[in-house]
Unconditional design. Structure first.
Length: 259
């Protein structure tokens, strides 16, 4: 096995490349993000109502959950995730293969979309299982333990997405890479990838919080809740596009090994 020397990933240049590539493809971002954005909005509106209903039911029944509401929330979450994956696959193809690889609004589904969706779903499922276990362990120390578990779950999910990025990017562009190979090739670079992703994720979350707070203070959150939700989802799509562009920019680094 011949392995070429790896170059260290530089967080700053990687972030700059991601921003420049997104800006250069901004028209395609709007083109490919429109339908997923509408689908995410359509899923999030009833999901918010279902979550409020589930909370009220739990308060009225000593913490018990309504099975129908739980199933409905799970189904809506899957629809939300599917819309995000549709955008992710199309955006990755646009960035790597060009506009001709994703014609129109990107509504042509293929097996790559389903394989991508189930891989991302598996990563989220593993993260959720670990989060629940850690939360149960740390629950004894109160809210601090729950917050610590949530932070650990957030970091674990980000790490898995980063370390396995060559595999799911490969699925999107019809160049599959086994999970074990992706994990091995990103070894030693995972920390930098996570830091780079957090440099996008954290500001996006802060901007969403600021927008939400601004709407609350001005009363617009009550007067125009759908406008607020649409704006928050637009920020979400932009943040996702930047994160995908970042990992796509790093992707060639993990193809330098000859096995």
């Amino acid at each position: 096995m011949l392995i070429e020397p790896k170059r260290e990933i530089m967080v700053g240049p990687l972030l700059r490349t991601a921003c420049l590539r997104c800006w250069a493809a901004r028209d395609h971002l709007i083109r490919l993000g429109t339908v997923p954005l509408i689908a995410m909005l359509a899923a999030m509106l009833p999901l918010q109502n279902a979550m409020l209903s589930a909370l009220s039911f739990a308060e009225a029944n000593g913490g018990q959950q309504d099975a129908d509401l739980t199933f409905r929330m799970l189904l809506l979450l899957l629809c939300y995730a599917a819309a995000g994956c549709l955008f992710a696959v199309n955006w990755v193809r646009q960035l790597t293969l060009g506009a001709d690889s994703v014609p129109g609004l990107g509504l042509t589904l293929s097996s790559r979309h389903f394989r991508f969706f189930f891989l991302i779903l598996a990563i989220l499922f593993v993260t959720a299982i670990v989060l629940v276990v850690v939360a149960l362990i740390l629950n004894a120390i109160g809210i601090a333990g729950v917050l610590a578990a949530a932070m650990m779950g957030f970091l674990l999910g980000t790490t898995l997405i980063a370390r396995l990025s060559p595999s799911w990017i490969g699925i999107a562009i019809n160049a599959p890479m086994p999970l074990a190979t992706a994990w091995r090739r990103t070894a030693g670079q995972g920390f930098r990838l996570v830091v780079a992703l957090l440099a996008i994720k954290v500001p996006v979350m802060l901007v969403q919080q600021m927008v939400d707070r601004l709407f609350a203070l001005t009363g617009l959150g009550t007067a125009a809740p759908m406008t607020l939700l649409l704006l928050l989802l637009c920020i979400e799509i932009i943040g996702l596009a930047l994160q995908l562009a970042l990992l796509v920019a790093a992707f060639p680094q993990f193809l330098r090994e000859t096995v």
